[in-house]
Design a protein around this ligand. Structure first.
Ligand code: AMP
Ligand code: MN
Ligand code: MN
Ligand code: MN
Length: 287
């Protein structure tokens, strides 16, 4: 559960980041210390499909007197072939339905990695599966970020961010379609675990306005409560756009660096701007 969650006086919330339990570069306690040093006063750790790092993070946060929220970022397949991410905040990290659901989502990453490696092998990037596994703390969570690090290491891309454009994004040689959870499943697990469901980085999905509205409406219908207005993946234009969507749909607004590690993320922990005016912060609803 959450620690010291008097959220009235929160000045610098950061409610989305990753540790070595998924595809981040820092251990949970290193994330917490870095967030604290950067002035964060309310932090959620949200590893992909995994809650294993929360205990270590919570302990480190307690030592520093930093308010900490248990979170997870769930991978969802929507509308056949669109991957969207749902951040769950203030969950009970021990809830059996949530744990069983996350275990189900994690299954299949190994097989997907083999297929990604085979595709990359065909275009001259050899040994990528073994190579990616060297960058993974938790082999069950092997994914595109770990492949990206190997591809940069072997000189097939100049830096972490350009890997995706050339090799790993949808339509590129190393992209393999995958079935994650359904939106209804993810929201069911989050609801069961008492959490608040937040649409992660909506600006990243490159959907038409019409499709985006359909996604947001379905998300709200299924119990979704918030969207990331501020995100490490958002431009200023995205931020203004999603502030408007938040007001229109009645969503709570989140502030989310999506930090993965030094050198890999555009925005460091706690370095986002203030939320735009006339929005209700999601952290007002924490227990
Ligand atoms: P996966 O869940 O294995 O498909 O990996 C998705 C992860 O890859 C995301 O959580 C990001 O960490 C990373 N990622 C995906 N697209 C990009 C991108 N364009 N730039 C940087 N990182 C990305
Ligand atoms: Mn990631
Ligand atoms: Mn994400
Ligand atoms: Mn993320």
């Amino acid at each position: 559960m959450s620690t010291n969650t008097d959220t009235a006086a929160v000045a610098n919330a950061d409610l989305h980041c990753h540790s070595t339990y998924s595809d981040g570069l820092l251990r949970p306690q290193e994330i917490v210390r870095r967030a604290y040093a950067n002035g964060v006063d309310l932090l959620a750790l949200t590893d992909h499909d995994e809650v294993g790092g929360l205990g270590e993070a919570r302990l480190a946060a307690q030592e520093l007197g930093l308010k900490f929220i248990d979170g997870v970022e769930i991978s969802v397949s929507w509308d056949d072939d669109t991957t969207v991410h749902i951040v769950a905040l203030d969950i009970d990290p021990d809830h059996p339905a949530l744990l069983a659901g996350l275990a189900q989502v994690r299954r299949g990453r190994g097989e997907r990695a083999s297929r990604m490696a085979a595709e990359l092998d065909n275009v001259g990037i050899h040994g990528a599966h073994q190579g990616a596994l060297r960058y993974v703390g938790n082999p069950a969570l092997v994914g595109r970020s770990h492949f990206a690090r190997y591809i940069v290491e072997t000189g097939h891309a100049k830096d972490f961010r350009s890997v995706f454009d050339h090799w790993l994004a949808k339509g590129k040689p190393g992209y393999v379609a995958h079935s994650w959870a359904t939106l209804a499943q993810a929201l069911g697990w989050i609801g069961a675990a008492g959490g608040i469901a937040v649409m992660a980085h909506p600006g990243r999905y490159r959907l038409s306005n019409k499709t985006l509205r359909r996604l947001l409406a379905e998300f709200r219908e299924l119990g979704g409560k918030g969207i990331e207005v501020l995100s490490g993946s958002h431009s200023d234009v995205d931020t203004r756009e999603f502030a408007r969507y938040a007001r229109e749909f009645g969503f709570l607004a989140s502030r989310a660096s999506d930090f993965h590690g030094p050198g890999e993320s555009r925005i460091d922990l706690g370095m986002l701007p203030r939320l735009p005016d006339n929005l209700t912060p999601v952290w007002g609803d924490f227990r």
